[in-house]
Design a protein around this ligand. Sequence first.
Ligand code: 2AM
Ligand code: CA
Length: 264
Amino acid sequence: MEIASLMPAVAQVVRETGAFIRTERQRFQAAQVEYKAKNDLVSYVDRHAETLLQDAFAALIPGCGFINEETGIINPDSHYRWVIDPLDGTTNFIYNIPFYSISVGLMDGEEVVLGCVYEICHDELYTAVKGQGAFMNDQPIAVRQSPSLSESLIAFGSPHGWADHLVQLTAVIHHLMPNTRGMRRLGSAAIDLVYTAAGRFDAYFEANLNPWDVAGGSLIVQEAGGIVTDFHNGNNFVFGRAILAASPAIHPQLLAILQNPPAR
Ligand code: 2AM
Ligand code: CA
């Protein structure tokens, strides 16, 4: 299959779904929020957005599979699987903080071959096809050529649920805060990734994420010239629940700090 030929249709449905989410934000009420688990929020907006995306993608590749945040796994043995987060940054959406996104990846076997992340509030559509570069609203993007860690802006996410990771994260932040230009915590993993791809952040890391948070954005970072690994410098970042995305010059240093945070 010619993956690039799918992109116009993917971009169109992602933009249309983003428009739905933007419109619903105008009339959204706090009472419409439900809990999936402690601190894990969802609403009809997430669910309907996922239905719009899934129906369109199923028509694009008959018999395809899905790894969806809201409806779970469908056709797991299919060669092509869409990995969908219909609303990444749900807590920001609910609190009307303008950093939420749609994140879509397409897997060919175990490899992500297409990524599409829509930064809804700023109308930025990030796209990549394996081997063909990364784009924002059809303009090529590239990671920043970070001169050093001390001249870098680092994004991170705080892990949900894993107390041991929080201990590690605290030590990492303690070291990085005074030794970088600063740190940012936006609340949408997909946006953290595409901002790294676009050179707005020099790097991003987070533990305890799910495949739908990172599949699309990780390919966009790679196609923008960035390095993406898990915390063991391996490739298991889509399913492995830990991701470090960075410009090439600072990836090794950040990996070493994540693996062995300097003592206080
Ligand atoms: P979400 O908004 O789709 O849930 C920010 O740190 C990232 O963590 C976001 O991508 C967010 O995705 C995800 N997230 C939020 N709550 C979570 C939870 N309870 N468990 C795991 N991931 C969560
Ligand atoms: Ca979500």
